[in-house]
Design a protein around this ligand. Structure first.
Ligand SMILES: [Fe+2]
Length: 394
């Protein structure tokens, strides 16, 4: 159903192509940045994946003023504040973040702190209302194809003390430029390729069918789902296929643009709680929860799911499915894809496979209820229903 009113925004400039990294120095010059802080993690640095970016920056006269790699697996409030401190101490004037979700979220948090000339991200809560601040030039180079974080105005950062993931929404976390270059994901292992691809699929399905969906974000969702279904198996099986990699990167970005303009839903609400309480990796939580939430939502979302069937299975099989069966068939197609990725890449399908036990369920359910994404899920969910769903996924 078309909403009576909606807004749609995406101010991130996208550089997309097999050699897109080469344009980073031009973009830094355009942003009047001369002393970037290069933010990445130790593994990416050791694997030499970051050197493609670093070499270009050095060769073009915009070498990093500092390289910071001490990023935890889950971005944390403490890490964000430390990055802001290193930025100031090193005389940096811009940020180039090269990494997956944690690196990008940490960079976003640090950029927010620096823009407000603060030294503690917790002191700038309620940031949706911030309209003024210093512009910190910010370029993001994702090394996974999943989070879509390179083009969203939200940072998800873990509060270590409280064991919860906090969402920081602000124009000050939205990058100036996102660079999609297939070279960044060519060596991503099969399991990470599969799970991050499912995270992107999840963004697209939830953004298209949540209560805040709108026609513009749904268009991005449809295109993203089509690209994921056409390329994820190829990217898993032949990781060096640059075309498949770039298609997955584009799909993740489109799904990110979509959900930042509509919302996600219960898969993410419960997934954030699993990350906060049990440290389950976000993308793997998505793959485990997705079919259970889709089955739960079917009575309320069958029509929305039916509209996504052609993107999942192709137009002819979708047309051959009786209209009343299409919603259910879409859910089945998601389950079939997950089973295939489980067989080919070993992504987990049960919570017990990632160490979650029955005793943790009440706390996960309670945490999920406080997540804003649950409010826009197409079918209401109370604590008991979240707990029942988690028991079903154990
Ligand atoms: Fe996600």
């Amino acid at each position: 159903m078309t909403p009576a009113y909606f807004e749609f925004q995406n101010a991130v400039k996208l550089l997309c192509g097999q050699n897109a990294l080469d344009r980073i120095p031009d973009e830094l010059r355009h942003l009047k940045a001369e002393h970037p802080l290069l933010l990445t993690d130790a593994l990416l640095l050791r694997l030499g994946i970051v050197s493609a970016v670093q070499d270009i920056m050095v060769a073009e006269g915009c070498a990093p003023a500092a390289v910071y790699t001490d990023i935890p697996v889950d971005s944390s409030l403490g890490a964000v504040n430390r990055i802001a401190m290193v930025y100031r101490e090193s005389g940096c004037d811009s940020i180039v973040a090269v990494g997956g979700g944690s690196v990008i979220d940490s960079a976003k948090g640090a950029r927010l702190v620096l823009s407000q000339e603060s030294d503690d991200i917790l002191s700038i809560g309620g940031i949706e209302n911030l309209h003024c601040g210093r512009h910190i030039p910010f370029i993001v180079v994702p090394t996974t194809a999943g989070t879509g974080s390179e083009c969203t105005g939200v940072a998800v950062i873990r509060n270590e003390q409280q064991g919860v993931k906090m969402e920081f929404l602000s124009p000050f976390v939205e990058p100036d430029v996102a660079v999609l270059d297939a070279r960044m994901t060519l060596r991503l292992p099969a399991r990470a390729t599969a799970s991050t691809g499912i995270d992107a699929l999840c963004h697209a399905i939830e953004a298209a069918t949540c209560l805040q969906s709108n026609p513009l974000s749904s268009a991005y969702c449809s295109a993203a789902i089509r690209l994921i279904c056409a390329n994820v198996i190829e990217a898993v099986q032949h990781g060096s296929n640059a075309d498949a990699r770039l298609c997955m990167a584009m799909a993740a970005t489109m799904a990110g643009i979509a959900f930042s303009n509509s919302m996600v839903g219960a898969v993410h609400a419960i997934g954030h709680a699993l990350g906060g309480v049990c440290h389950v990796a976000h993308a793997e939580a998505m793959g485990i929860l997705l079919p259970h939430v889709l089955r739960y939502n079917l009575p309320a979302a069958a029509e929305g799911y039916a509209q996504l069937l052609p993107e999942m299975v192709g137009w002819e099989p979708a047309a051959a499915t009786p209209p009343a069966e299409r919603g259910k068939a879409m859910v089945q197609a998601v389950e079939d894809l997950l089973a295939l990725l489980h067989a080919k890449a070993g992504i987990p399908l049960r919570l017990s496979e990632v160490g979650v036990n029955e005793q943790q369920i009440p706390r996960i359910a309670e945490t999920a209820l406080n997540d804003g994404a649950l409010i826009v899920n197409p079918r209401p969910m109370l604590a008991q229903q979240v707990a029942d769903l988690l028991h079903g996924a154990l």
